[in-house]
Design a binder for this molecule. Structure first.
Ligand code: MN
Length: 492
């Protein structure tokens, strides 16, 4: 595939305009509170979103009530085909391309403030009447959410001791005119570790939140350990994907950098020793719709970001996503595929054909591994590959193993393998009592006696591969090889 000339959100949108069916726009005025997400749920959210929904185009709302001159873009990455186009990689090779980028990273560079588009317009928190709620059209996804959420904020911070930097996407709720709350999944997120250390030292942690950037950055930011341990700046993966370093610029009010061509940058610091209740403004008890498809509970006690400045480009474009949409599947799932490919290939080269982090798992809970047994000694190695996948990505819950003649990206084909190459009593492998991702609502002691506390799961392998010695009995019905274009010239 040819690489499109994408360097930022605007060039990504320009490119999508040239691709049939990938982008729609509306000039009809939309309410950022609940209505905008309600519209996109029908247009293109897919993933684990309530039905009816569908895979569809990205969408731009050109007229957002209360925010003259600003636009909101949603669903840029909500189809795998669109992600593939934006990165110039075939859809079924995305995991491999990301794995290659992890292995030959290109570090970001710092440019001067005179060349930084994200600082074209500057609003300081010390300005008269500063209110970030009036500056940025942050959508509230459903009527019961704790508040407006920045769902695609690239959070960038630096460790107080080691000075290594990290980029990650976190759930950020707007709490006041210069205040945000930020949620770190306990024990596994790098900026969370930095904030903890700064708090121990009794100092604030400078942080920048860049919104509206090159999609390559949004995907790279979703890598997690062990593929990108603390100290691995994931911006270097985006650099490798584009074969061009990501450009950073010094913030104006805090000692940190931001992505120079972002649409918006929020500059601030995580305040030591301060916590807020996430739903202090709405009092609904809910946070926002999360990737498993449920509206998560509001957190009783979250760290606070004190905002120092909001900078943006002229006529800025706010970018957002719906938590449970296929956009999350791609952002979380494709890095997961890359991590699994890397680990299995290192351990047993040549067997792994492909990995798909399936939409039904939100990009985290479920993968399909396509595995080729090369000889009788490979019987059982497919299960070893599944165990490696759990190690490559700790929040993975279900692994489906299929043979080389099953399309791992086609869930009907995967379920065909489950129906004709699987017997429940011998091919289901349970690994109870393992820590997983805390947003799965079935992970509770009330749900299952094997679960001691929230966040623990029974990980399960569904081995839908044919035992090697029986392979000759499992040949799919073969059809004559023909060229359908002879009969239908437009056939693709
Ligand atoms: Mn990291």
């Amino acid at each position: 595939m040819t690489k499109p000339e994408v360097i930022d959100l605007r060039s990504a949108l320009e490119y999508l305009r040239t691709e049939p069916g990938e982008l729609v726009e509306t000039d009809v005025a939309v309410e950022p509170e609940a209505e905008l997400s309600g519209v996109y749920r029908y247009v293109g959210a897919a993933g684990t979103v309530m039905r009816p929904t569908r895979l569809g185009p990205a969408m731009i709302f050109n007229n957002v009530k209360g925010y003259p001159g600003a636009k909101v873009a949603i669903g840029i990455l909500s189809s795998r085909t669109r992600v593939a186009k934006l990165l110039g990689v075939a859809p079924n090779r995305l995991g491999f391309a990301l794995r290659d980028s992890v292995n030959c990273p290109i570090q970001p560079v710092e440019i001067g403030q005179e060349g930084a588009a994200c600082q074209e317009v500057v609003h300081l928190a010390t300005d008269e009447g500063f209110d970030l709620r009036k500056l940025i059209p942050v959508p509230t996804n459903t009527p019961v959410d704790a508040g407006p959420y920045i769902t695609l904020g690239m959070c960038y911070a630096t460790h107080p001791d080691s000075k290594v930097s990290d980029i990650t996407i976190h759930r950020i709720c707007v709490q006041g005119k210069d205040e945000l709350s930020i949620y770190f999944v306990p024990g596994s997120r790098h900026i969370g570790a930095m904030a903890e250390r700064a708090e121990e030292l009794g100092v604030p942690l400078p942080i920048s939140i860049s919104i509206g950037v090159d999609p390559a950055i949004e995907i790279a930011a979703c890598f997690e350990p062990p593929t990108t341990p603390l100290g691995f700046n994931e911006l270097s993966i985006a650099g490798a994907l584009r074969n061009k370093p990501v450009e950073l610029v010094k913030c104006l009010t805090v000692d940190e950098c931001a992505i120079a061509n972002a649409e918006y940058v929020i500059e601030g610091e995580i305040v030591p020793g301060v916590r807020v209740r996430e739903d202090q403004n709405s009092n609904t008890g809910f946070a926002m719709p999360e990737f498993p498809g449920y509206t998560g509970p509001a957190n009783p006690s979250l760290p606070v970001i004190r905002v120092k400045a909001v900078t943006h480009r002229k006529n800025p474009i706010m970018q957002t996503c719906i938590g449970p949409s296929e956009e999350h599947v791609n952002m979380a799932g494709i890095p997961t595929e890359a991590s699994i490919i890397d680990m299995i290939e290192k351990a047993m080269p040549g067997r792994l054909q492909n990995v798909y982090s399936a939409a039904a798992g939100g990009g985290k809970y479920m993968v399909v591994i396509q595995f080729k047994k090369l000889g009788p000694a490979d019987e059982g190695r497919q299960r070893q590959a599944a165990l490696l996948a759990f190690s490559a990505f700790s929040e993975l819950k279900h692994v489906f193993l299929v043979d080389e003649d099953v399309d791992p990206f086609d869930m009907n084909d995967v379920l065909w393998a489950l129906n004709t190459r699987f017997q429940g009593d011998i091919d289901t492998i349970f690994i109870p009592g393992v820590r997983c991702h805390p947003l799965d609502p079935s992970e509770s002691p009330e749900f299952s006696p094997s679960i001691r506390e929230k966040g623990i799961s029974c990980k399960t392998i569904f081995d839908c591969t044919v035992p090697y010695h029986l392979k000759s009995k499992f040949v799919r019905a073969q059809f004559m090889e023909v060229d359908p274009k002879t009969f239908l010239p437009d056939f693709e």
